[in-house]
Design a protein around this ligand. Structure first.
Ligand SMILES: NC(=O)c1ccc[n+]([C@@H]2O[C@H](COP(=O)([O-])OP(=O)(O)OC[C@H]3O[C@@H](n4cnc5c(N)ncnc54)[C@H](O)[C@@H]3O)[C@@H](O)[C@H]2O)c1
Length: 362
């Protein structure tokens, strides 16, 4: 069988990880084209990774590259437009998190993919991270008894690109950027069945004053039908390197899983070293050196799954509807922090971007 041809929209941080994942772990896929806004960036990315064609116009990358699948690795505000253009051009789409900026966009993305009979996968890699997957299976076997609490944390000292700090491009701060992982993981752990009943959130800006109007620290508590509580802790203000961890509490057991420190080589270096995927700021002194970040976080497994779905005409495990459900929880969390009170679910509102519910609660 011929390979499934992928056009990668974006040539930044996550596109690099996706590219490495396709090359090393998804032999049925071939990345045939890459888009970046700056032509020199697109060209150098293509040359570095042996990608045949490069574009500095993302619509042309979709229509002129001969791809079967479009992989959207663009800033959040472009997700909806890119998914719509891809589906209308007859391409299957995988889109990075968060799904998009508004619920209206989310509905349109799902609808346009449905009407063109194209698959839409929401790229939540934590659903494929091997350590978290093992934990989920243990929970499914009843190893922890009746679950009553889940906690997921993702923290570092701030993202690498300016657009994350511009709320019109990102839709919000750290909650939008990394809280979406926790909210998706709660739903994944609970099999998507129990509906969220309420959301309570607190957020503030403690470190990146002046750089962003967005929150850089947030805590969200989601209560699900049946009583399970999910606690999401997210920060762009945490120094000392990236944290990605999960905790599961049940009436018969407990589990702690840590994707970074827990998998790291404890390192001491007087001089420091070059590779700082750990987002540690400095690699001098004591650090935890991570390895196989892409694999440990589930990116190749996620991409392989989607390519298999396309080739075998199967529905993806994580869909646009899941991304929409996460976005609805993000709306509820911003509204809760804006109002200073618990918000009932389901929650909807008409806004240009989720963070408006915090910044302009009225
Ligand atoms: N799943 C994860 O763990 C994870 C990690 C990082 C990023 N992401 C998501 O991936 C997406 C991209 O993030 P990134 O970290 O790769 O960003 P990045 O800044 O590293 O790269 C962004 C890419 O988009 C292009 N771009 C930027 N602004 C543009 C504009 N205004 N118009 C057209 N193109 C533009 C750039 O050329 C660049 O190639 C985001 O949605 C982000 O939330 C996901």
């Amino acid at each position: 069988m011929t390979k499934t041809k992928v056009a990668l929209l974006g040539a930044g941080f996550i596109a690099d990880i996706h590219l490495e994942s396709y090359h090393r772990f998804v032999p049925d896929a071939e990345v045939v084209a890459v888009y970046a806004r700056r032509p020199e960036r697109a060209q150098s990315f293509a040359q570095r990774h042996g990608v045949a064609r490069w574009f500095s116009d993302w619509e042309r990358a979709i229509t002129d590259s001969g791809c079967d699948v479009v992989d959207v690795c663009l800033p959040n505000f472009l997700h909806a437009r890119a998914v719509r253009a891809a589906a209308q051009a007859g391409k299957h789409v995988i889109v990075e998190k968060p799904l998009c900026l508004t619920l209206e966009e989310a509905d349109e993305m799902v609808a346009v993919c449905q009407s063109h009979r194209r698959k839409l996968m929401y790229a939540e890699e934590l659903c494929f991270a091997p350590k978290y997957e093992r934990v989920r299976k243990l929970a499914g076997e009843g190893a922890f008894g009746q679950l009553y609490q889940l906690k997921q944390a993702e923290k570092h000292s701030g993202p690498h690109s300016d657009w994350f700090y511009d709320i019109n491009q990102s839709g919000g701060g750290v909650l939008m950027d990394m809280g979406c992982h926790a909210l998706a993981w709660f739903r994944w752990m609970l099999g998507g069945q129990p509906k969220p009943v309420s959301v309570y959130a607190h957020m503030n800006t403690v470190f990146h004053h002046g750089r962003t109007q967005g929150e850089d620290n947030s805590v969200v508590i989601v209560e699900f039908e049946g009583g399970v509580v999910g606690i999401a802790e997210n920060s762009w203000a945490k120094h000392g390197g990236m944290e990605d961890s999960a905790e599961v509490y049940g009436t018969g057991g407990v589990c702690y899983a840590d994707l970074f420190q827990g998998n790291a080589a404890l390192t001491y270096s007087e001089k420091g070293y070059g590779y700082a995927m750990e987002k540690a700021g400095s690699t001098r002194g004591w650090t935890f050196t991570i390895f196989e970040e892409a694999f440990n976080q589930g990116y190749p497994q996620e991409l392989k799954h989607f390519i298999d779905c396309v080739r075998n005409d199967q529905p993806p495990l994580v869909t646009g509807a899941d991304g929409r459900a996460v976005l609805e929880l993000l709306y509820a969390a911003y509204a809760s922090a804006g109002r200073g009170q618990k918000v009932k679910c389901p929650f909807t509102a008409k806004v240009a971007k989720p963070i408006d519910l915090w910044l302009k609660p009225a």
